[in-house]
Design a protein around this ligand. Structure first.
Ligand code: UT7
Length: 322
């Protein structure tokens, strides 16, 4: 049988950092409010000309370097992004070109903050069924471009960045199981209400920005993360105490803490980057994962649980042996 293993991880964060105090200079907010309600201290913001493909490319190169992957071996590229460079071609095709890779399938997955878990699920199915041997899976976002900097209820929450993994076919897992879900009935609770087919309207520009019912999203995120953990553990007959590290989507420290509590995990077994990165949507899990691999907390052989929740709503989890 063929399984999927993670051969390398990579991350990229834009150089520019905005602290909570920087935001307090341009909107009615405070460092204290943002820290208390979200755990966020600062976020990285892309330079004017910096795009999702620029960041995704840098993260991919880091992951390939760690894995020792030859460009010629990559036979699948999947990019999770909600903020593509262009309407088309896909950001995956743009990154493929910039890596000078030709002919392999390359496509984007759009599942908002659960995008990376969706992309891992997809790549895992390709590898396990022989459709690919070595895949690049990237989460990359320039959320600063869809933030309304006049709206304090959303502007303080997001940041830019990219994370990536190289996946390889292996004779043992690796990825143990993936579980993805969606329920579109929650469309209006978290959205950018304007798109191409509904008529991009530069005059009503506020419709090109994130709108969120924060309270409702918060409650649903907490409930869903705990049901997701139950689903994944019971599908694999794994006890919650066997989990070495929880690598959750980084939206809010209070949501992460609630998820950890349900798993009976102390916070020192949870990878937290929301304080430094804010919510980077589909980049948040691979970025957090990369940080903890590189600082030596996550070791080969550790049992990891990834959990994500985002607009749609979409949600999903991955249980894996690193
Ligand atoms: O990644 C995908 C999903 N996204 C999420 O998971 C985010 C989920 N939601 C949340 O994280 C939280 O709901 C927020 C952090 C967005 C908000 O926290 P909250 O504890 O739910 O606050 P709230 O929305 O109930 O607002 C409390 C007060 C309000 O004032 P009033 O009406 O009580 O007078 C807000 O106007 O805080 C006010 N407020 C702010 N004050 C200072 C909202 N944003 C800010 C701000 N600075 N940035």
């Amino acid at each position: 049988m063929t399984f999927t293993r993670i051969a390398g991880t990579g991350g990229y964060l834009p150089e520019k950092v905005m602290t909570n105090d920087d935001l307090a200079k341009i909107m009615d907010t405070t460092d204290e409010w943002i820290r208390e309600r979200t755990g966020i201290k600062r976020r990285h913001v892309a330079a004017d000309a910096e795009t999702s493909s620029d960041m995704g490319l840098a993260a991919a190169r880091n992951a390939m370097e760690m894995a020792g992957t030859d460009i010629a071996d990559i036979d699948l590229i999947i990019v999770a992004t909600t903020t593509p460079d262009k309407v088309f071609p896909s950001t995956a095709c743009i990154i493929q070109r910039r890596l000078d890779i030709h002919n392999c399938p390359a496509f984007d997955v759009q599942a908002a903050c659960a995008g990376f878990v969706y992309a891992l699920d997809t790549a895992d199915r390709y590898i396990r069924t022989g459709g690919a041997q070595t895949a690049l899976v990237i989460g990359t976002e320039t959320f600063s471009r869809i933030i309304n900097w006049q709206d304090r209820t959303t502007a303080v929450l997001f940041g830019d960045g990219a994370g990536a993994v190289v996946l390889e076919a292996a004779d043992k897992p690796g990825l143990i199981s993936t579980h993805i879900h969606a329920d579109g009935k929650y469309e209006e609770l978290l959205q950018v209400p304007q798109g191409i087919s509904s008529g991009y309207d530069v005059v009503r520009k506020e419709r090109a920005y994130i709108q969120m019912n924060g309270n409702a999203v918060f409650r649903k995120a907490v409930a869903t993360l705990s049901s997701m953990a139950r689903e994944t553990l019971s599908a694999n007959n794994v006890d919650k105490h066997d989990i070495d590290w929880l690598v959750p989507h980084q939206a809010n420290l209070r949501i992460i803490a609630a998820a950890a509590k349900k798993l009976d995990l102390s916070m020192d077994k949870v990878i937290v980057t929301v304080d430094e990165h804010a919510n980077t949507s589909s980049a948040s899990i691979p970025l957090a994962f990369d940080v903890a691999v590189r600082d030596g907390r996550i070791q080969r052989g550790d049992l990891l649980l990834f959990e994500a929740f985002g607009a749609g709503f979409t949600w999903g989890s991955v249980l894996l042996r690193y």
